[in-house]
Design a protein around this ligand. Structure first.
Ligand code: ACO
Length: 281
């Protein structure tokens, strides 16, 4: 895997890959270089066979302190070309690449999470925070609005009262409150964060990859559809899944349950090793 200036990619040997923002001395604020690095990394990781689950987190005390107020905003104010490129990269990786990433994604919020960082937080399929993490829609304090797609994401993820409250006060909240509002799935004490996140990631890495991908695509896509559109889309996706699933998960699970009686649905995955061996024959 490539080396980057502002991020670290760490690969476990069980399908879990870490994307770690690595500017701890600047609380992992997003510089134009960090946007370029993340954009490139996500492009490669999307098809990297060693990556079955991606965990996004930050080095040191912060998850991410939002856009770099110096390098992303002030220094680019008089350089429209650089601003345009940084803006494109910023949107591309945080929203387009991450929210459509073809494998499961988890945001592990280890500390400060401010402003623009809400985009990658919400783009991830799941999120776990440290109880002690500090979140804030701090844009109001900088004379700017929660732009990019932050406001759009926040009203989708939170109820309107909470979204409005935190956007116009700029008040901070902790990981427990983030969990209470549904902004993250759950929070745990900071000393358990890594272990709990890995536990979840490893469970996801065991799932049939094609089914997981189509499931997450479906959950995201149907939100903007009518019931009729959703039904049609999901029917088409279901048919397509049978075609793209190299493992034959549907046939395999039925065989293991109905014929071989080795699989209890609802309690566990079907035996994927058995599926792979059968495919080889
Ligand atoms: N942009 C640029 N530099 C930053 C940012 C940022 N968003 N956040 C932190 N830094 C820098 C600081 O300037 C400081 O740099 P220096 O060592 O050269 O002086 C360094 O990171 C450490 O920051 P401190 O403030 O000293 O660290 P502390 O742990 O006390 O506080 C905190 C961390 C709370 C995150 C604080 O730095 C802060 O409030 N940052 C701004 C957060 C924010 O509002 N982000 C939203 C930006 S708007 C947007 O994203 C659209």
């Amino acid at each position: 895997m490539k080396e980057y200036e502002t991020i670290k990619i760490v690969q476990e040997d069980d399908g879990v890959t870490w994307l770690i923002f690595n500017r701890p001395e600047k609380r992992n604020a997003m510089s134009p270089q960090l946007h370029a690095d993340c954009n490139d990394a996500l492009k490669h990781l999307a098809t990297d066979p060693r990556t079955r689950v991606l965990i996004v987190t930050g080095a040191g005390e912060a998850f991410c302190a939002g856009q770099d107020l110096k390098l992303f905003f002030r220094e680019n104010d008089s350089n429209p070309a650089a601003r345009f490129e940084a803006g494109e990269n910023s949107h591309s990786w945080r929203w387009q690449r991450l929210s459509k990433f073809p494998k499961a994604t988890i945001a592990m919020v280890n500390g400060f999470c401010f402003g623009g960082a809400f985009t990658q937080l919400i783009a991830c399929d799941l999120a776990i925070a440290a109880d002690e993490a500090t979140f804030g829609l701090s844009e109001i304090n900088w004379g700017i609005i929660p732009g990019g797609v932050v406001s759009w994401n926040v009203v989708n993820a939170l109820n309107t009262r909470d979204a409005m409250f935190y956007a116009i006060t700029g008040d901070t909240f902790d990981g427990k409150q983030a969990a209470k509002m549904g902004l993250v799935n759950y929070s745990v004490p900071k000393d358990q964060l890594r272990e709990e996140t890995l536990k979840l990631a490893r469970r996801l890495a065991q799932k049939n990859p094609a089914t997981l991908r189509y499931t997450k695509d479906g959950i995201r896509a149907v939100r903007g559809m009518t019931e009729a559109q959703a039904q049609d889309y999901l029917a088409a996706k279901s048919d397509a899944l049978r075609f793209v699933d190299q493992e034959g998960g549907r046939e395999e699970s039925l065989k293991q349950f109905l014929d071989e009686k080795v699989f209890r649905p609802g309690l566990e995955n079907y035996d994927r090793k058995r599926a792979a061996e059968r495919k080889k024959k």
